[in-house]
Design a protein around this ligand. Structure first.
Ligand code: MTE
Length: 316
């Protein structure tokens, strides 16, 4: 991965809006919309926030952490979404014209119910949950993000995977007109990722459609993305348009780009250094001191059994 050091354009801690202030602004906006006096405030809001729909009545999850949340401002302005450029502030700047509606997902491969499904039909039967997860990027920074989503397993079961489906492959939308870096050869587009079937079916694996109680901002992977909290962040593929049930381990974008650096599994592992930097510690965005990275990003109790018998230093 192209590792980036802080640039003047990156968000500074002093610019980060606490959630309470952000929510106050939204409350104000609601009132202001009625009185017609709110327009002057809109430029203060991060991209997408002014138009975002809010989700009500989210189920709480026992899988949520009670660690302090990373601010909405950081979560939505310090991003990796290479389709919009390699810099952390490129996604918020360059995703304004991306259109996440209407949206559909093609489902194919080894399953009883392949087809092209409208986004709404995928989501509608499910109860939405809030899941507060740690996100650990392979670049050694981390965040705590309150996602809104559905366990991926619940959605996949509806497609009735066959016993021959050993892996699930995912693909990001290819729209060079709306995603400017897709006109370059920065990566091999479209971005693709994959999970072993038992990883995909694990209750921690989330299909996320929002964060901070509102619909997914473009820069975070609108309208629907994966969140796999015990793996490095690049496994959590954004803006998904295809889900394929396959027999063999599918190709993945970062592995194709630098196979010696990024394996298929990419579980968070402080004992396995990246060839160019240590993975022992991480910088939690918003904090000053670096903290220890935990095995499986702190989710070992839930997921370590999936890798029993595997040598995590050679199979990574
Ligand atoms: N998905 C796509 N399609 N393109 C990307 O560049 N970046 C990945 C992942 N999903 C990426 C992607 C990386 S490296 C990380 S760390 C996370 O998204 C970042 O998610 P966030 O920007 O919502 O924090």
């Amino acid at each position: 991965m192209l590792i980036k050091f802080a640039k003047p354009s990156d968000v500074k801690p002093s610019e980060i809006t606490p959630l309470s202030a952000y929510l106050d602004r939204r409350r104000f906006m609601k009132t202001a919309a009625v009185t017609g006096a709110g327009a002057a405030l809109l430029p203060l809001l991060p991209n997408g926030a002014s138009a975002a729909a809010k989700f009500d009545d989210l189920a709480k999850s026992p899988y949520s952490t009670d660690e302090e949340l990373t601010s909405f401002m950081s979560v939505t302005s310090y991003n990796n979404f290479y389709e919009f450029g390699p810099g952390k502030s490129d996604p918020i700047k360059n995703s304004k014209d991306f259109k996440p509606q209407p949206w559909s997902i093609a489902v194919d491969g080894h399953c009883a119910n392949p087809g092209t499904y409208a986004y709404e039909d995928i989501i509608r039967p499910h109860k939405l949950e809030e899941r507060i997860y740690r996100l650990r990027c392979v670049e050694a920074w981390s965040m705590v993000i309150p996602w809104v989503g559905i366990p991926l397993a619940d959605v996949l079961k509806r497609f009735e995977p066959a016993s021959t489906a050993k892996y699930v492959a995912f693909e990001t939308v290819l729209r060079p007109e709306e995603m400017p870096a897709q006109k370059t050869r920065l990566l091999d587009w479209p971005y693709v990722e994959g999970l072993r079937m038992d990883e995909a079916m694990h209750p921690l694996t989330l299909l996320a459609i929002g964060l901070y109680g509102q619909e997914m901002p473009n820069q975070n992977g609108a309208p629907i993305r994966l969140v796999v909290p015990w793996k490095y962040g690049f496994k959590s593929i954004k803006s998904i348009v295809r889900i394929s049930f396959v027999e063999n381990e599918p190709p993945t974008t970062w592995n194709k780009s630098a196979p010696q650096e990024y394996g298929f599994y990419s579980n968070v592992n402080p004992n396995k250094d990246h060839p160019r930097w240590s993975q022992r510690r991480e910088r939690r965005i918003g904090e000053f001191l670096r903290r220890e990275t935990l095995m499986f990003n702190g989710y070992a109790e839930e997921v370590a059994h999936l890798y029993e018998g595997m040598d995590l230093n050679t199979q990574y």
